[in-house]
Design a protein around this ligand. Sequence first.
Ligand code: GLU
Length: 520
Amino acid sequence: MIHSTPRLRFAPSPTGPLHLGGARTAMYNWALARSLGGTFVLRIEDTDRARSTDESLQIILQGLRWIGIDWDEGPKFDGCGGGDFGPYFQMQRLPRYLQAAEQLLASGHAYLCFCSPERIEGVRDAQKAAKSSFLGYDGHCRDLTAEQRAAAAATGAQPNIRFRMPAARVMNVHDLIRGDVEVNTKELDDWVMVRPDGVPLYNFACVVDDIDMKITHVVRGEEHFLNGIKQQLLFEALGEQCPLYAHIPLILNAKGAKLSKRDPGVMSVLEYRDQGYPPEAVFNYIALLGWGFSGDRDVFTRDEMVAAFQIGNVGKAGAKFDADKLHWMCGEYIRRWSAEQCLERARPWLAKSVPEQALAQHGTWLQNVVACYQERVAVLSEFPAKIAWLFADVPALDEAAQKNLAKHEGAKAWLSAYADELQGLNLPPSYPADRSAADRAVALPSKKDAPEPVCEFATPAQIDAATRAFTERIGAKFGHFVHPVRAALTGTDKGPGLFDVVFLLGKEACVKRLRAAAAG
Ligand code: GLU
């Protein structure tokens, strides 16, 4: 039996950026809360004061919002948060933890431990030296008498508060992902709940908060599975109902080892943002790290995920991070945008190579420019370098372009004759002239078998036909001719269809580039 309204939480420690694993944990909690019509809480576990920073907190909040996760209760940020179960920062809840600790001390489920850190270290070293199967606190202060406690306190020793683990009890725990698991509590020691300075440790604060915030389902990383056992015993000791638990498996690298930030392609969530990964693609990819949407579809919206999400369908085995698949996913999203959407999404990156004037006044042309690359980029930050050739006076030739120019004897003569040929064609004008009539009439990239657009200028198909006729006239093989021409026009050997390139560059720029390469 659980409380009637589903309430889930993501409880990050603000000790570093939001990584893929954290984002996935947040997402699965969020999706389950949304699919059950419940509440999603964001709780900040900031009791590690040495490592918690406001900077990390901001990065986590921004990262969650960037991938499209919102929270009903928690820190107020970007329209999210608030709520009646706060404060949602653990360091603002210290009196409540002490109150719960008092209750446990009074009921005998907890005790004061006066052991010094040196003694505890000594016990551990001895256990290690003896190759003991049990590593942990030896229960030295478990049964101190009132006099012994008073004597210890009189020495000035500051006690930790420890939880009294039940001796060797076999617990049958149910996990929504792992199923039924048997654990013997003898493997676990009497753990510290509260430090002498009154600051609680994770397992204790987490349970008190899960109780106070009426959490019904706990979805988190597999590394917390054993903590879950300690926590269940604590719920019991406090006379409270345990939430349902789901421990999600690790994310693995290509070699099947635990994913680390050093693995290729792994970045924090905001780094993906800064490199121009579409957030919906990152969301979609993260959702698939351990969960499947349907047998035949990998691309889905947030709403579709929520509608389909079931925690029991999360796999038990580790999910492999595959940077190539993430790139593929990004490309899938970028390709689905209209040229207009693509330009708007790419705009923040374009300024690196696109003049301000073009961005402000030549939107129709830029739409055609970016549309020619929609099939050719995976992340938006690739755009500026890919399209820089359009804005050069005469593009610098890369190695491949130089080779293509040098390959055929007579290539330079072809270029010069082709410049004359283009001079005679009715090509659109070149940027910065207004060429919006051409770009409005012709939607690039040109597609085979598409109806011929009505345009007052020569269309890519007409330029293609004229060029084929021209190569026949001058006796050049079309297949040979196109390579030096592309080299001269773009400075490289890759890019959109050649006649889309000619159309985009327009007459003056094409003629200038062909003549420059012919003379070079
Ligand atoms: N603060 C813990 C972490 O970041 C939360 C674990 C939990 O969800 O209980 O790993």
